[in-house]
Design a protein around this ligand. Structure first.
Ligand code: HSE
Length: 288
């Protein structure tokens, strides 16, 4: 049995802790065989291989009596880069428990469990459902809408350095005046309405006008401004910080993706530029 979970890009400008899209990078878990103790085979440094691995911790939270297994974990989702790597592991852990204990969890049950563990639904929701998901988590209640992301390309510049979500959340204000909160949420409303009606030009303007987190975080990612500038010159819809960063995401029409990638490559920044597309499926299993 194989479990596959897509990467995710959260926030998309003003959708802080609420909006995310599933993208075409993947975490794969192969369930190899039952054995005495848990063993997570992987090639990551500083990541546990026993029951303290986040994958197994999550699975045991869902179902403490699981039979230990040897599992193999491979992923092309870079760690601590704003592409939902830990959310993908949490979703995979829930699916692992679901499969091994035959729990028959619904997607909404998976979302509730994953959100409780992660604390906000913006990455875990698209990792479960695929596509674009708008969600909220208030008073321990999760609500979500899953919808098609309009046809577009995501050109991701992934810096060579990690940025911990805790550090990136640490620079955010703890309070907004009601005037600022109203302005910030009106921008978010327009961004979502524009995405839902397929108006990527209007969506792009609202995405770049975020007031909730990007103005405070951009100083943590020095590549952000040159890339946004380049996006403007090449007619991209928007450039935003993916999740808590440091990945910088350019949203553009498909016919512009190659030119944008080449222009970013020619800046010779310290990192990698990849073109991603929307994953429309979310977490899935394959029997092998
Ligand atoms: N919404 C989260 C943030 C995503 O921006 O901090 C990363 O967990």
């Amino acid at each position: 049995m194989r479990i596959i979970v897509p990467a995710t890009s959260a926030n998309i400008g003003p959708g802080f802790d609420s909006v995310g899209v599933a993208l075409s990078k993947y975490l794969t878990i192969d369930i190899v065989k039952p054995q005495e103790e848990w063993f997570v085979e992987h090639d990551l440094e500083f990541v546990p291989s026993d029951r303290y691995n986040l994958l197994i911790k999550t699975a045991l939270k869902v179902y403490p009596d699981l039979q230990p297994h040897h599992v193999r974990m491979t992923s092309d989702i870079p760690l601590a880069r704003g592409l939902g790597s830990s959310s993908s592991v949490i979703v995979a852990g829930i699916e692992l428990a679901n499969q091994l204990a035959n729990l028959e969890l619904t997607d909404d049950e998976k979302l509730r469990l994953a959100t409780e563990i992660e604390g906000h639904p913006d990455n875990v929701a698209p990792a479960i459902f695929g596509n674009l998901v708008i969600s909220s988590y208030v008073n321990k209640k999760v609500a979500k809408i899953v919808t098609d992301f309009p046809e577009a390309s995501f050109v991701a510049f992934i810096p060579n350095y990690p940025l911990r979500t805790s550090e990136s959340r640490g620079v955010l204000p703890t309070q907004f005046s009601s005037k600022k909160a109203v302005a910030a949420s009106s921008i978010a409303n327009v961004a979502i309405a524009a995405l839902l009606t397929g108006d990527l030009v209007e969506a792009g303007k609202a995405i770049e006008a975020d007031m909730f987190h990007e103005p405070f975080r951009q100083k943590l990612v020095q590549e952000f401004y040159p890339i946004r500038q380049l996006g403007h010159e090449l007619g991209a819809y928007a450039t935003y910080l993916s999740g808590a960063g440091p990945t910088v995401m350019i949203l553009a029409s498909k016919d512009k993706e190659q030119a944008i990638k080449e222009a970013i490559d020619s800046l010779s920044l310290d990192g990698e530029c990849v073109v991603l597309s929307v994953d429309r499926q979310g977490v899935r299993t394959e029997s092998r």
